[in-house]
Design a protein around this ligand. Structure first.
Ligand code: RB5
Length: 153
């Protein structure tokens, strides 16, 4: 399932992307917002927690004005690999190489057509595995180290 969320800066793009997903008969869960002002970390938190409920099947889409706030917040959550994308190559290769499970987009920085192309290629590209799996394992190891360091602080 695709879990999608935006703050007020990403609301219009979220609605546009939802329409395109519907045209492709793809199901999604919308975590808001409804257009009124919200704090992007709250939406990032909700979307990411839902993605992690079924990490093998779920993917997240986060949109704010620039996509930056969403990506900073999302990447604080253990198990989330959120990629801020503004070009086609990055959207494709962050799936191939980073196995990103969340894509972040800028509602005020991207044209809607480009944003859809980025989401479409991201959703339809599989992780390559092989040598890249080892690198993802190293990211996971950093997360574990951080948890221990914080606990001992
Ligand atoms: C909200 O005004 C804006 O700060 C937010 O959408 C986002 O761009 C933050 O990174």
């Amino acid at each position: 399932m695709i879990v999608i969320g935006a703050d007020h800066g990403g609301y219009d793009l979220k609605e546009f992307l939802k329409q395109n997903l519907e045209k492709k008969n793809m199901t999604y869960y919308d975590c808001g917002c409804n257009g009124s002002s919200v704090d992007y970390p709250d939406i990032a938190d909700e979307v990411c927690r839902k993605v992690l409920k079924n990490p093998d099947a779920n993917k997240g889409v986060l949109i704010c004005g620039t996509g930056i706030g969403m990506s900073i917040a999302a990447n604080k959550i253990k198990g989330i690999r959120a990629a801020l994308c503004a070009d086609y190559f990055s959207a494709k290769y962050t799936r191939l190489h980073n196995d990103s499970n969340v894509i972040c987009l800028g509602g005020r920085t991207l044209g809607m057509g480009l944003a859809w192309e980025l989401l479409d290629v991201w959703l339809n590209t599989a992780f390559m595995g092989e040598r890249h799996s080892l690198r993802i394992d190293k990211i996971t190891a950093i997360e574990k180290k951080e948890t221990v360091d914080c606990a001992n602080a």
